[in-house]
Design a protein around this ligand. Structure first.
Ligand code: SF4
Ligand code: SF4
Length: 285
């Protein structure tokens, strides 16, 4: 465990976490919504610091990033926990549970990343679950790898508060940010979160590092072409060069009552988004 950043002590040994827009008030012995920030005797700790559940050398296109160092590979690491509760989560075994994990220090991760350079590794991606709720570890690892000229990539839901984002962004080279839908209702009902902070993250990061955006297209939930059009229009108002990945839904976790996304829907969604954006890709097809 490592003492957390971005929190305040309040009355009766309670703490107030300011890492993400949930702004949890956490009593002694309890954890925040992400389950990985715990109040121990009036102090907030990150319980997933140095805990790695998945480590793999992946093609960069798998993040997905199609226009950042194409053809390269990236050492990809994840921990456990998430501040969202998406009922379609593909990685729920690590995002919504507290599984066993390996102990890995930031220096070890860097060493591994450097060793893999001769196999085409360009850096470290913090991915699989949500990197922002692994903040203290990701921040330390980013600083170390940045000194060695390696790239840092965050694959994130973008639900983070402005101050921590501002502090880490100088060390981040690329991001894939999920915009899970373009309605506040979807974020509230399906993900237990809110759309506006995610939009602010995309808008803030777009000119600070390389940004691509992913939307998982789910039948009858966010596959309305008007919604896709609004999403693409908003992205193009930031930059029409931001790549958008429209990925195919497959039934998973708590959302097993829906069919996989029809291929025709994805084609129509891509054609709609291409009216506004230069790069629109289909994923999981
Ligand atoms: S990071 Fe976790 S504890 Fe902190 S506000 Fe978000 S959900 Fe709550
Ligand atoms: S943000 Fe990603 S990891 Fe977290 S619950 Fe949603 S799909 Fe799963």
């Amino acid at each position: 465990m490592k003492e957390a950043k971005y929190y305040e002590k309040i009355n009766n040994k309670k703490v107030y976490c300011m890492l993400c827009p949930h702004n949890c008030t956490i009593g002694p012995g309890a954890s925040g919504k992400c389950r990985v920030r715990k109040n121990v005797d009036g102090r907030l700790y990150s319980i997933n610091y140095g805990k790695v559940t998945s480590l793999s050398l992946d093609p960069i296109e798998k993040k997905p990033l199609n226009r950042f160092k194409p053809g390269s590979k990236i050492l990809s690491a994840g921990t456990f926990g998430c501040n969202l509760k998406c009922s379609f989560c593909q990685n729920w075994t690590i995002a919504q549970k507290l599984p066993d994990a390996m102990d890995v220090k930031p220096g070890h991760l860097l060493q591994k990343a450097l060793e893999l350079k001769d196999r085409g590794n360009e850096g470290i991606a913090y991915t699989y679950n949500e990197p922002f709720i692994w903040y203290e570890f990701v921040y330390d690892a980013c600083i170390e790898s940045n000194k060695e000229g390696l790239a840092n990539v965050l694959v994130t839901n973008g639900f983070v508060s402005p101050e921590p984002l501002l502090d880490i962004i100088p060390y981040v080279d690329g991001m894939n940010i999920d915009v899970k839908a373009f309605t506040p209702m979807f974020y509230k009902d399906i993900c237990g979160a809110a759309l506006e902070p995610v939009k602010k993250t995309v808008e803030f990061c777009a000119d600070k590092c390389h940004v691509e955006v992913t939307t998982l297209v789910i039948p009858n939930l966010n596959d309305d072409m008007h919604e896709i059009e609004c999403l693409a229009k908003w992205l193009s108002s930031i930059s029409k060069k931001i790549p958008l990945h429209l990925t195919r839904f497959f039934p998973n976790y708590k959302m097993t009552d829906k069919q996989k996304t029809p291929y025709e829907t994805l084609i129509r969604a891509r054609e709609t988004a291409l009216k506004y954006l230069d790069y629109v890709y289909l994923g999981n097809v």
